[in-house]
Design a protein around this ligand. Structure first.
Ligand code: ADP
Ligand code: MG
Length: 139
């Protein structure tokens, strides 16, 4: 059975471009309930830890630099089949291939600066939510 939680970040460029409100509206209209949320700024160390799974890939260093370049919004989202449904709402990693009406199609500015993060599995959703939020910050 699929879980009902996923984790997202509104990435620095999308936040800087004032697209956070529109993205959160799409998240709510997509049937997701916000269980936790914060505006924060990752240090390069924290961004490196968060994306450790990509260590060694050609884009890792620049991804870490980008993700620590400005504030982000982190959130835990609830919905039935959350991980899969959220990946559908955000669209493909490369926004050029993303379907019309997806968050990345609308708000990404490049492959790296693709507006939002979305967990890729229930296991990672739990790890990522725990990375950002204590139990006192989740409702
Ligand atoms: P997703 O965010 O769709 O799960 P990945 O986990 O594969 O994608 O990659 C994490 C993030 O790294 C992407 O969202 C994107 O910001 C960046 N990224 C992935 N592949 C590339 C690439 N080839 N060049 C630059 N940035 C990339
Ligand atoms: Mg991923």
């Amino acid at each position: 059975m699929n879980g009902n939680l996923t984790f997202t970040m509104i990435k620095p460029t999308a936040f800087k471009n004032n697209n956070a409100g529109a993205i959160l509206k799409m998240i709510n209209e997509g049937g997701f309930i916000i269980k936790a949320m914060k505006l924060t700024l990752l240090t390069p160390e924290l961004a490196g830890d968060f994306y450790a799974i990509h260590k060694g890939k050609p884009f890792y260093e620049s991804l870490v630099e980008f993700m620590s370049s400005g504030p982000i919004i982190a959130a835990v989202l609830e919905k039935e089949n959350a991980v899969e449904d959220y990946r559908k709402l955000i669209g493909t990693t490369n926004p050029e291939n993303a379907e019309e009406g997806t968050i990345r199609k609308r708000y990404a500015t490049s492959l790296q600066q693709n507006a939002v993060h979305g967990s890729d599995s229930d296991e990672n959703a739990t790890l990522e939510a725990d990375f950002f939020f204590s139990k006192f910050e989740r409702f």
